[in-house]
Design a protein around this ligand. Sequence first.
Ligand SMILES: [Zn+2]
Length: 80
Amino acid sequence: MGGNYEDLAPEDFLRMEEEANGPPSPPPPSPIRVRLACSGDMVSESNVKFEGIEEDIEGRDILTFGCPECGEIHRSLRFG
Ligand SMILES: [Zn+2]
């Protein structure tokens, strides 16, 4: 009794192919930056190793992260 192919319109095949072959979209780099205590450099938080996050008494985010330069753990306000 009939095949499943008959239930799919040609547009469906095209859409499926487009979804399968579409270019993967990499996540955009984070606009938030943190300050490295060792060098004073400002780097995107996507470039550091996330360890934890907390808030100071004013509700600002304090990021704890592994430093890409010295390998130590730093804490910094998040600037963005
Ligand atoms: Zn460092």
